[in-house]
Unconditional design. Structure first.
Length: 208
């Protein structure tokens, strides 16, 4: 369950959640939790959804104004499962002018989160966006070329967009498109990667 008009909010209900994970009170603005069904009573989910509907994410810390134009809704989606029923890895493909230049992979979003960056040929980059690298290193995804092709097709009409996908055992599932990841405030270490990412982007005249 998640809102359409904000970011960083989702409730995942599955048996793979930690046994002691629980939902916070509904007055918490952007709830992000993975819980088992016994800790997700229907009325509490409804209360959280109602609270989401009262929130205007576009006025938040990143000032992502476009969210303020999105109709406020709450959606309930199919539960996606990775290996052993776990939350699947989140593949985020940075596409500049129709070409995928970088791939970010987040794992363990609800517990021991890791984050890694790769080139399209799956070379691991010596950079960090905050969380630790995965250990041991992950192998090259079986559907890597298919994910890159899909991302480039979805991004073909714009100068930059990040395309988020899920690589499941039997298919690829679309997650979202975002034009300014983390409101443009993602920290890169070393900072030289800020310029390296930006080198792929020619800012259209209409933005200036």
């Amino acid at each position: 369950m998640k809102p359409t008009h904000g970011s960083g909010a989702a409730i995942v209900v599955s048996p793979a959640a930690l046994a002691d994970a629980e939902l916070p009170p509904a007055e918490w603005s952007w709830v992000y939790r993975h819980v088992r069904s016994e800790h997700a009573p229907r009325q509490q989910l409804v209360d959280i959804a109602i609270h989401w509907m009262s929130q205007l994410y576009g006025q938040g810390p990143n000032r992502e104004w476009a969210y303020g134009l999105v109709p406020r809704r709450v959606i309930v989606e199919e539960m996606l499962e990775g290996a052993n029923g776990a939350i699947p890895d989140d593949f985020k493909l940075f596409v500049f002018h129709g070409r995928c230049q970088y791939i970010q992979v987040d794992s363990g979003r609800f517990d021991d989160r890791t984050q890694d960056f790769y080139l399209p040929d799956w070379e691991h980059l010596p950079m960090s966006g905050g969380p630790a690298w995965i250990d041991p290193p992950r192998s090259r995804p079986a559907r890597l070329e298919e994910m890159i092709s899909l991302a480039e097709r979805l991004a073909s009409d714009t100068d930059f967009v990040r395309v988020d996908l899920y690589h499941l055992p039997d298919r690829i599932v679309f997650g979202e498109l975002t034009s300014y990841p983390a409101g443009g405030e993602s920290p890169f270490e070393p900072q030289s990667f800020n310029a390296e990412f930006g080198n792929h982007w020619t800012v259209p005249r209409r933005y200036r």
